[in-house]
Design a protein around this ligand. Structure first.
Ligand SMILES: [Zn+2]
Length: 243
């Protein structure tokens, strides 16, 4: 099978960026910038899709100008600022949720000096779903799988799906490795847990030859201009950054 490369965009927070010098400031895309980036994709004729909507394109069963949109961790600011923009353009996105922190905070980042940010609780996740968006799994506790025992890794991968399905009453079919870190055995665990895809932080657009459980993505940062976003989506700019 051959197909055109498909970019899967990675976002984290969509909010007013914190002060200069705050760690991971680059991962906070302002609502206005996010709106301009989605507007550019629309203008270029791309359809922004959640992982489930993207799946037939990844498998080569459908063709079209499509871009996957993913948001990691499940910040409340995704609901507040990204959802209205996604709906405006008729786009869908997958938000990867840490099921042990529903209504909690990005506790895994606190020791790095990253400001605490609220994560969606169950009613907020239901509002996200009702807005035509999707929820994926990001482990129970945002664990670094490279540091976890196999038993813990399995529990985090399977348990997150079970937690979210129980809380939300929907099927959860997509997984994202916390920090992008994983070994091949974790990809096997994700497959065995019944997920259909898993995304990493490996940089590239996806190719037909990519393993569905080790999909590369395209990072979008606070400073990503529309010109660079176009390069990332429409050219080999990111593919050359593949490790
Ligand atoms: Zn994360």
């Amino acid at each position: 099978m051959t197909r055109n490369p498909i970019p899967i965009l990675t976002y984290h927070q969509v909010d007013t960026p914190p002060a200069r010098g705050v760690p991971y400031r680059g991962l906070v895309v302002s609502p206005a910038v996010f709106a301009r980036q989605m507007g550019l994709l629309k203008m270029l004729g791309y359809q922004g899709l959640s992982m489930t909507a993207l799946e037939p394109y990844l498998r080569g069963d459908k063709t079209g100008k499509v871009v996957g949109i993913t948001l990691d961790d499940g910040y409340v600011n995704n609901l507040e600022h990204a959802l209205p923009v996604l709906r405006h353009h008729g786009f869908s996105a997958t938000c990867y949720i840490v099921s042990g922190q529903l209504g909690g905070s990005n506790v895994w980042d606190h020791t790095k000096g990253v400001p605490p940010q609220r994560l969606m609780d169950t009613p907020q996740l239901k509002a996200w779903l009702a807005g035509g968006q999707e929820v994926g799994a990001h482990t129970r506790n945002h664990v670094d799988l490279l540091q976890a025992s196999d038993a813990t890794a399995r529990e985090e991968i399977i348990g997150c799906r079970r937690d979210l399905e129980q809380q939300l009453g929907v099927e959860v079919r997509h997984f994202c490795y916390p920090y992008g870190f994983h070994r091949p055995e974790h990809a096997a665990m994700v497959r065995e847990a019944g997920y259909a895809t898993a995304t990493t932080t490996q940089r590239a657009r996806t190719q037909a030859s990519d393993d569905m459980f080790e999909l590369p993505r395209v990072p979008v940062l606070r400073t990503t201009s529309r010109a660079v976003l176009w390069l990332k989506v429409a050219t080999g700019y990111e593919d050359r950054r593949r490790a």
